[in-house]
Structure formats: structure tokens, C-alpha cells
Design a protein around this ligand. Structure first.
Ligand code: CAA
Length: 302
């Protein structure tokens, strides 16, 4: 096992994933700068991180001294130049838009040392496509986290054809410090996890379309019959229906017809029902984030 002198991490994007990544980075002992263009959203999301760290302590999962240290190590900024100053490792968690990511990576390359790894938390895009934004693609790697990041144990490390061995070793080092397990996957649309997860989720929506069962019963069937920790609709609401739709559109364009997004997902996204993060998706959620009993009843088999 190699150790690297990585002290400061920039996390770009403070949405569900970026916030969770910043939390585990700070808990891993890294000075962590969380960046977002939207200063108001950033302030709210930093509060959520502190609340989640406190929850980890209350549940006995996080050592109180480590939590206190993480609170000191975490900073936030709406200025990309500040986030990237003196940084040793970058993790991008911006929306799943290739052009946006490419532009962000180009900016990161300009503002960081050549040895700094530029990792993307993309859940499906090709690492080589994101790396088209930079002159040195050996620095670019995928670091795919899972929601909720502080709880889920895996990071799927995705290797582009030009990703260097040292970038991989540095990424595995950072992952270990975050107390995560890793797998190595060669780049391919959807990697190992999203490809299967999106397929199951889309198929569940297709079952709704044909009126085979209600959303609640499909969720219950997969939880109690197949031992999935969450049903596919609960999962879609957790991941975000807009994120799921972007993934499906990309997989449809690269892997073919199997991944054509269900019209129900398209409709829910058009109606702004994006999942838990906005309090409504397939199901409705109250102010505390608890699911409203009986919601999702728009999808009834009979
Ligand atoms: N910090 C640290 N630990 C925490 C914590 C926190 N803030 N909050 C909760 N925990 C711990 C709890 O102590 C508990 O630990 P034990 O199991 O050892 O008791 C564990 O996390 C679970 O917490 P809860 O009991 O509160 O919640 P739960 O049992 O209802 O499980 C869940 C919730 C973990 C989300 C579970 O339903 C689950 O695993 N669902 C599937 C999640 C999943 O598949 N995510 C991947 C989505 S795909 C993705 O993210 C990738 C993408 O590309 C979009």
C-alpha cells in the first residue's frame, strides 16, 4: 500500500452526492473545500453535512473527536479559484452534463499542479469523453460514490484508457482514507453498477405503465421477495428522477433500446417530481423527509 502526501481535496458541486463526498473527505482527515456556483444552496448543504456528521455520532458510527476535526477541516466557497488553490486532489460532482464536466475539468487542469488527480463522480459517462476537456488525460479517473455516501461502503473506480497507474493508486489511497471499499472497472457506459441499477429501475416503471402492480407493491415485492434494501421506486426517489433520466438517456444512446426511458419517468421529471430532494417523486415526502402514507397511489394496478 502506497501513501501519498494528499492533504487538501476540492469537491465541486454541493448536491446530494457532492455533500456526501465532502463529508467523507473531511471525516477522512482531508482539508476539504466544497464548491458550488449557487452560494445559497451551498450554505444550506453545508448545514446538512454538519447534521449528518452529528447523526453519525449519535448512531455511534462516527468517533466524536473525528467529527469535531471534520467540522474544522470542511470549508465552502462559491469561488472555483479559491476551492482549487493549493489543492492535491479534485472530485467533481456536478450535474451529469458532458459539456459542463469537460469545461470544469479544463478549468481544473489550468488551476492545479500536473500531479493532481481529477476525479469525476459521474454515474455513467465515459471517462475518456470527460478527459477530452484536458490536455493530460492520464490525470482523469472516475470515482463513483453511492447515495447516501456516508453509509454506502463502495467507491467504483472507473479507468479511462489513458488513466495512469499513479492516478489509480492515489485514488485508492483517498478511498481508503474515506473508509470505503473499491472495485476497478474499465470505462463502459454505466460501468458495473449504474448499468444494472438503471435497468431494474426502468423495468419497474415499465411494469407500472402496463398496470401490472402498484408502485408500493412492486417496491414491497423486491424488498421482501428479493431482499433488496429498497424498492426500485424508493431508490429512484433517493437517486433523483432527473439524475436517473439523464443516465437512462445516455445508456439508451450508447447501449440501445433496452434503456429507452419509460414515459412515466419523463412525465414525472417534466412535472418537477424529482424525488426526495424536492419532497415529491413517485411518492410524496413530508417536511421531515418521511414518506407520506398512501402517496404514489396515482399508480394503482386495480
Ligand atoms: N453517518 C454514518 N452512519 C449513518 C448515518 C450517518 N449520517 N446515518 C445512518 N447511518 C448508519 C446507521 O447507523 C445504520 O447502521 P447499521 O446498519 O450498522 O445499524 C445504517 O447507516 C443505515 O441507517 P438507517 O438505519 O438510518 O437506515 P435504513 O436501515 O433504513 O437504511 C439505506 C437506509 C442505507 C439507505 C438502505 O435503505 C439502503 O441501503 N438502500 C439502498 C441504497 C442504495 O442502493 N444506494 C445506491 C443508489 S445508486 C447511487 O447512488 C449511484 C448513482 O449513480 C446515482
Amino acid at each position: 500500500m502506497t501513501d501519498f502526501d494528499i492533504r487538501r481535496i476540492a469537491v465541486l458541486g454541493s448536491g446530494i452526492m457532492g455533500s456526501g463526498i465532502a463529508q467523507v473527505a473531511a471525516l477522512g482527515g482531508f482539508r476539504t473545500a466544497l464548491y458550488d456556483v449557487d452560494a445559497a444552496a451551498l450554505a444550506k448543504n453545508v448545514e446538512k453535512i454538519h447534521a449528518s456528521v452529528r447523526k453519525g455520532v449519535e448512531k455511534g458510527k462516527t468517533d466524536p473527536a473525528r467529527a469535531a476535526r471534520a467540522a474544522e477541516l470542511l470549508t465552502s466557497t462559491a469561488d472555483l479559484a479559491v476551492a482549487l488553490a493549493d489543492v492535491d486532489f479534485v472530485i467533481e460532482a456536478a450535474p451529469e452534463k458532458l459539456d459542463l464536466k469537460k469545461a470544469l475539468f479544463a478549468e481544473c487542469e489550468r488551476r492545479t499542479r500536473p500531479d493532481v488527480v481529477l476525479a469525476s463522480n459521474t454515474s455513467s459517462l465515459m471517462i475518456s469523453a470527460i478527459a477530452e476537456g484536458v490536455s493530460d488525460p492520464t490525470r482523469v479517473i472516475g470515482m463513483h460514490f453511492f447515495n447516501p455516501v456516508p453509509v454506502m461502503r463502495l467507491i467504483e473506480i472507473v479507468l479511462g484508457p489513458k488513466t495512469s497507474d499513479v492516478a489509480l493508486a492515489r485514488t485508492e489511497f483517498v478511498s481508503r482514507r474515506m473508509e470505503k471499499e473499491t472495485v476497478r472497472v474499465k470505462e463502459a457506459p454505466g460501468f458495473a453498477t449504474s448499468r444494472i441499477n438503471a435497468l431494474i429501475g426502468n423495468e419497474a416503471f415499465r411494469m407500472l405503465e402496463s398496470g401490472i402492480a402498484s408502485a408500493e407493491d412492486i417496491d414491497k415485492a423486491l424488498k421482501l421477495g428479493l431482499n433488496h434494501p429498497m424498492g426500485p421506486f424508493e431508490m429512484a426517489d433517493l437517486v433523483g428522477l432527473d439524475t436517473r433520466l439523464s443516465t437512462l438517456r445516455y445508456l439508451h444512446s450508447t447501449l440501445g433500446e433496452t434503456y429507452r426511458p419509460s414515459p412515466i419517468i419523463e412525465r414525472l421529471v417534466a412535472e418537477g417530481r424529482l424525488g426526495r430532494k424536492v419532497g415529491k417523486g413517485v411518492y410524496d415526502y413530508d417536511a421531515k423527509g418521511e414518506r407520506v402514507p398512501g402517496s404514489g397511489a396515482g399508480f394503482v394496478a386495480r
